[in-house]
Design a binder for this molecule. Structure first.
Ligand code: PEP
Length: 251
């Protein structure tokens, strides 16, 4: 069984001064060998961060579908890799809503990441209105089916992140029953999309994870880790999350 994977998404936060937090998170990673830690800082910090961390993975928060070209302001998976990234997040709900990214676009971005030699974290999640209407599982499983590229070599470099849109940055989290039901539905869809290899794809939970709720959420069935926004910005809260799920020195 793979280790819990905790991925910090710094979003549009982080200046050079923040490298000290990354260094502290990296040092902590060495003390918690039963957890895998990763950060997705702003793209401008990846290269500098690569120079000061040793244990944690680094990734981008989005990539273009093309490898290079006349796309002002965009960044490609190849450029992220060149800067020192190992993975890229695609389909975050803030991209899906603000930039109207469709499942087709997210799938093309995921394929571009794989083609560039990166791993990919594909995000899915329902809105509050969709959950209230009883459509959450249908919406999320359709996003998985439409956003995950086909192919035998996809599953080993794929991570899914289930992030209910209404739980991101709000302090609200779904019930454990709802988290487990959704993760099971995602697993079933992954088995259809990726075949047997879908059983090994990690499914992260994301949405208001913090030290106080991490042990409970990450103890849920089929939850293989967490995608963490606000609580990933300081080493103190990242260490709090890691300590909650795998106390230092525990067997
Ligand atoms: C996120 O944006 O991916 C996220 C989970 O944010 P937060 O942890 O702040 O809810």
């Amino acid at each position: 069984m793979s280790l819990p994977y905790i991925v910090g998404n710094w979003k549009m936060n982080g200046l050079r001064a923040s490298l000290a937090e990354a260094r502290a998170i990296d040092r902590a990673a060495a003390r918690y060998p039963k957890v895998e830690l990763a950060l997705a800082p702003p793209a401008t910090l990846i290269s500098r961060m690569r120079d000061v961390v040793q244990t944690i993975d680094l990734g981008g928060q989005d990539c273009h579908v093309e490898e290079s070209g006349a796309f002002t302001g965009d960044i490609s998976a190849a450029i992220l890799k060149d800067a020192g990234a190992e993975f890229v997040i695609v389909g975050h709900s803030e991209r899906r809503s603000t930039y109207r990214e469709s499942d087709e676009t997210v799938c093309a971005k995921a394929q571009a990441a794989l083609d560039a030699g990166l791993s990919v974290i594909v995000c899915v999640g329902e809105t509050e209105a969709q959950r209230d209407a009883g459509d959450a599982e249908a919406v999320v499983t359709a996003q998985v089916a439409g956003s995950v590229p086909q192919g035998d070599d996809v599953a080993p470099r794929l991570t899914l992140a289930y992030e209910p849109v209404w739980a991101i940055g709000t302090g609200r989290v779904p019930s454990l029953d709802d988290v487990e039901a959704m993760h099971r539905a995602i697993r079933e869809t992954l088995l259809k999309v990726c075949g047997d290899a879908g059983s090994n794809v990690r499914i992260l939970y994301g949405g208001s994870v913090k030290p106080e709720n991490a042990a409970e959420l990450l103890g849920a069935d089929e939850v293989g880790g967490a995608l963490v926004g606000g609580a990933s910005l300081t080493a103190e809260s990242v260490i709090g999350i890691v300590e909650a799920i795998s106390p230092a020195g525990s067997e």
